[in-house]
Write a protein that binds this ligand. Structure first.
Ligand code: ADP
Ligand code: PHD
Length: 912
């Protein structure tokens, strides 16, 4: 064993006597195509190599993928050529050539162009043109020729990388992949032969690395074994077919891990355009998080189930099993010891994801607490078809599944999933959509006898499905994972076509319609709280997309304030934490996933204020709010927040929004105080909405439901979080009633004060809505529940200011009789005054009760000083007992209400 001796500088020096060789183990870098967009990116890659190579010139091998999109473009050009579109093929090639010429010019930096690089580009495009001509003549695209075309992409980028390294003074040399990576020769899906690759690496790479030269090797491609090379090209194929094969799409990862294995590397860095291996594809689940560490088996499972970030077999060379390991050791392949990290190209010092290779060792019988995240990630493999073989005669007949497998294997069809119902009356097989046509004949042939005997009744093919998988080694032995997964899919209204659980218990998969795959992944991600996984957000900085439900006075003011917030961010050069992507009214919506521009919002606001519906406005769509929500939720939004600034019972909509993965901000009291959204009939509705959201890792904030923009609910939370206990809250949360009682106290007649309140626009159109006390009662319910009261709106004792005889009258008749109330009110006010008190309409809540009605308060009480439409809240707590905590201020009006809502939105935007 080698032993490190710490040096004063903190580095680790190796005692020479203990080191088998003087040089430290090499580093292997792999730069993915997604990261290599242009010359700047290639230069950035070179700088990363230089940085990690350090002054000690650590031995370094660099594997590169073709630049972003180049493999696809080459494939497209090949298809065009075979289908007779010679012009299209030439144009595609010309565009690629321009891109590489431009990159070559810029990559070398100030040193100017590199002639040998131009010559290589020239020669490569000459070869490519020849290959495409050959394909045009052939009218077919044999896999071996496709591989020969595709190989050029990585070779070009490797040349660019060499130039970029040279430009910053790092000695680098291009090494042809065929001189190192030896494979089994399977076109389009080859696998490296480790012993032969190890021998080649010793011969070709070791001397270079020993000299301190960085070896740059094209990824994705390898050599065909000598015996197959002779047959690699069909006799009528283009003459210039080189005997190369590719390792399957994304195969540069596999090149890198193979090299790491045969070189005995210390580290493999897989540099990607994402911040690491994430809990989901961030293009589908915007709040995906970086997984700090996961086992290679989990990573492979994810890759196999469609996570495009890693080649499905990338980790195989580093996981060779022990029997193989012995055989390999004899053949000169060192034991695996590399550390594998998936790193963000854009942020090279970030830790990314570590892929753990060591097997988990647990003492027999050892128990451990269930993992915090039994499921670590979710992924989906689209473009599949599901084949079902049905028949009552299959029950109890052994080997049906194995024969189905065998038949498909012989037909060259890879099976992504297989599941058999316990009744054994059907087997479901997931295959690539492209194989659909070949599947049925293959199975019919394999089961001809059973079909003839009627034991197999049918073979059905369902096209366009996707397999959605949740993956994590922690799910083994943790009960309820499947229930949570399928519950989440059901809640998201995703129909599950078939189910499969891998025998390893590393994954559970569900086959769903292709169109549901995104919704299914988001639902599973939310259900397993994967947005809480600890390695940082997929994207920095944080950003939330806001959808406004309700575009009335408060909604429009909020839109204005969000726009204002965005321009403040622009002014100080930061990204706004929020953007408004959708507005919804009762009849329609306007939505743009990229965000509604300020000008557009201003004109929508203006039109809406003039009485027009959103559906009638430019870009507006017609439909009920639930349709709006479904439409909006189908888009990949960044940490979406639904803001409810309506006044109706929106419970069902809010529930749907939570299931779509949205956080909620409410100014609307009804769903909290009255809504019937509940997970448990015994719990009250408010707890229901909040609990449903919490179970899915979503949050509900609703500061503006009590006291508008005043920090009432925030104060409750802060008191509680700091360990205080709220004994009771007394509040005057109605601007209208506050105004009315202040005026009565000043000797004004009831009818006169109420008419004034109406004229000032304080009251609802029918003032009895305010006078009934219902609005205050809703606020009381919301506050009371926060302090631990368990009742519902029906349990609140409410004193109405409207005598029963006047409650049902038409509005005008009620108003005509207002004067009849003046004398009784004057008497009541006078009686209170005689006792040194004034009247107030107040909500009193505690963990034990919620009451709203008229109270007499001492003239010295803070409530007595209330004026205008101000609200006031008095908190008596364990800490604030002798002198309670008082919050007073304007508690109504669009501006302060919208500001309260905006605070909640910003809190959520920054919180996740
Ligand atoms: N679980 C996941 N974690 C990270 N990225 C993922 C995941 N699933 C899918 N992806 C996608 O994989 C892409 C990176 O893969 P790929 O393009 O093959 O990278 P590279 O070119 O670096 O090899 C990312 O842009 C991301 O959209
Ligand atoms: N260029 C190849 C191989 C590869 O590994 O690419 P990437 O690193 O971009 O996944 C492909 O597109 O499949």
């Amino acid at each position: 064993m080698t032993r490190g001796l710490p040096t004063p500088g903190g580095r680790v020096a190796f005692a020479p006597a203990l080191m088998p060789s003087a040089r430290p183990a090499p580093l292997v870098h792999k730069f993915g195509g997604a990261a290599l967009a242009d010359a700047d990116a290639v230069r950035h890659a070179a700088s990363i190599v230089a940085m990690l190579r350090t002054d000690d010139a650590l031995p370094t091998a660099v594997v590169v993928s073709a630049m972003h999109g180049v493999t696809d473009a080459l494939l497209d050009a090949s298809h065009r050529a075979t289908h007779g579109d010679a012009t299209g093929a030439r144009h595609a090639l010309d565009a690629l050539r321009r891109r590489h010429d431009e990159a070559a010019r810029r990559v070398a930096g100030d040193g100017g162009g590199d002639e040998s690089l131009s010559a290589v580009i020239d020669a490569t495009f000459g070869e490519l043109a020849g290959l495409l001509d050959g394909l045009a003549a052939l009218g077919d695209l044999p896999p071996s020729v496709a591989d020969a075309v595709l190989a050029r992409g990585e070779r070009l980028s490797a040349r660019l990388a060499v130039a970029a390294l040279a430009a910053i003074g790092v000695p680098a040399q291009y090494v042809d992949e065929c001189d190192v990576i030896q494979t089994d020769g399977r076109p389009g899906n080859a696998f490296p032969d480790l012993p032969r690759t190890a021998a080649a690496a010793r011969r070709v790479l070791a001397p270079l690395l020993a000299r301190g030269t960085v070896a740059v090797i094209p990824g994705f491609v390898g050599a065909v074994p000598a015996r197959t090379a002779a047959h690699a090209a069909p006799s009528d194929a283009p003459r210039r077919v080189a005997p190369v094969v590719t390792l399957g799409r994304g195969g540069s990862d596999l090149t890198a891990t193979t090299l790491a294995r045969v070189l005995g590397a210390r580290d493999v860095f897989l540099w990607k355009d994402v911040r690491g291996l994430l809990t989901a594809d961030p293009r589908v689940v915007p709040d995906a998080r970086v997984i700090p560490a996961l086992h290679a088996r989990e990573a492979s499972e994810l890759a196999y189930h469609g996570a495009k970030v890693l080649h499905p077999r990338a980790l195989v060379p580093l996981l060779a099993r022990s029997a193989q390991r012995d055989a390999h050791r004899e053949a000169g392949v060192p034991a695996p010891r590399a550390r594998v990290t998936v790193r963000p190209f854009a942020d090279p010092t970030a830790p990314g994801t570590t892929i753990v290779l060591a097997e988990e060792r647990r003492a027999p019988g050892a128990t451990s607490s269930p993992p915090r995240h039994p499921v670590k990630a979710v992924s989906a493999l689209g473009g599949q078809a599901l084949v079902t073989v049905r028949g009552t005669g299959m029950a109890g007949v052994p080997g049906i599944a194995a024969r189905a497998f065998g038949a498909l294997e012989r037909a060259g069809i890879s099976v992504a999933l297989i599941s058999q119902a316990s009744s054994e009356q059907s087997i479901c097989i997931g295959v690539p959509q492209s194989a659909t046509a070949a599947v049925e004949p293959a199975l019919r042939e394999a089961f001809a006898a059973e079909i003839a005997r009627g034991e197999i009744e049918g073979i059905d093919v369902e096209p366009d499905v996707a397999t959605v998988a949740v993956v994590g080694s922690g799910m083994a032995g943790v009960p309820g994972i499947a229930a949570r997964f399928f519950g989440a899919l059901a809640d998201a209204q995703v129909n599950v076509v078939a189910i499969a659980q891998g025998s390893s218990e590393l994954n559970i998969s569900a086959v769903v319609a292709g169109k549901d795959a995104a919704a299914a992944q988001r639902a599973a991600h939310a259900a397993f709280r994967l947005d809480r996984v600890g390695g940082g957000a997929a994207r920095a900085p944080q950003h939330a997309d806001v959808v406004l439900l309700g575009f009335g006075k408060v909604g429009r003011e909020l839109a204005r304030q969000i726009t204002q917030r965005q321009s403040a961010s622009r002014a100080d050069g930061t990204q706004s934490p929020v953007s408004l992507v959708g507005v919804v009214d009762s009849r329609g919506w306007v939505f743009d996933a990229a965000g509604l521009a300020p000008r557009r919002l201003a004109s929508l606001s203006k039109a809406k204020a003039e009485g027009r519906a959103l559906a009638e406005l430019p870009g507006g769509a017609e439909g009920a709010p639930d349709a709006a929500l479904a439409h909006i939720a189908a888009h990949a939004l960044s940490r979406p927040i639904l803001v409810d600034v309506t006044a109706g019972d929106t419970s069902a909509l809010l529930d749907a929004a939570v299931h779509h993965g949205m956080d909620l901000v409410l100014a609307n009291k009804k769903p909290l105080a009255e809504g019937r959204v509940t997970v448990d009939a015994a719990t009250a509705s408010a707890a229901g909405l909040v609990a449903t959201a919490a179970a899915r890792g979503r949050r509900v904030l609703h500061e503006a439901t009590v006291g508008a923009g005043l920090p009432v609910i925030d104060t409750v939370r802060k008191l509680q979080e700091s360990g205080d206990r709220i004994l009771h809250i007394q509040g005057c949360p109605s601007g209208t009633l506050g105004f009315l009682f202040a005026e009565l106290g000043r000797g004004r007649a009831f009818s006169d004060a109420l008419r004034d309140a109406m004229a000032r626009g304080y009251t609802e159109p029918d003032p009895r809505e305010d006078l009934s006390g219902q609005d205050v009662a809703r606020k009381a319910v919301i506050l009371a529940r926060l302090v631990g009261w368990k009742g519902t709106l029906d349990d609140v004792a409410v004193e109405s200011l409207v005598p029963p005889a006047l409650a049902a009258l038409p509005l005008q008749e009620f108003l005509a009789q207002l004067e009849s109330l003046d004398a009784p009110w004057a008497a009541r006010v006078a009686a209170a005054a005689a006792r040194g008190a004034v009247l107030r309409y107040r909500a009193d809540v505690s963990p034990k009760e919620a009451r709203v009605g008229i109270v007499e308060v001492d003239r010295a009480s803070p409530f007595a000083s209330l004026s205008g439409t101000d609200n006031q809240f008095v908190f008596t707590t364990r800490r604030y007992k002798e002198r309670p905590l008082v919050i007073t201020g304007p508690g109504a009006g669009p501006e302060v209400t919208a500001a309260g809502v905006l605070n909640d939105v910003l809190a959520l935007a920054g919180a996740r």
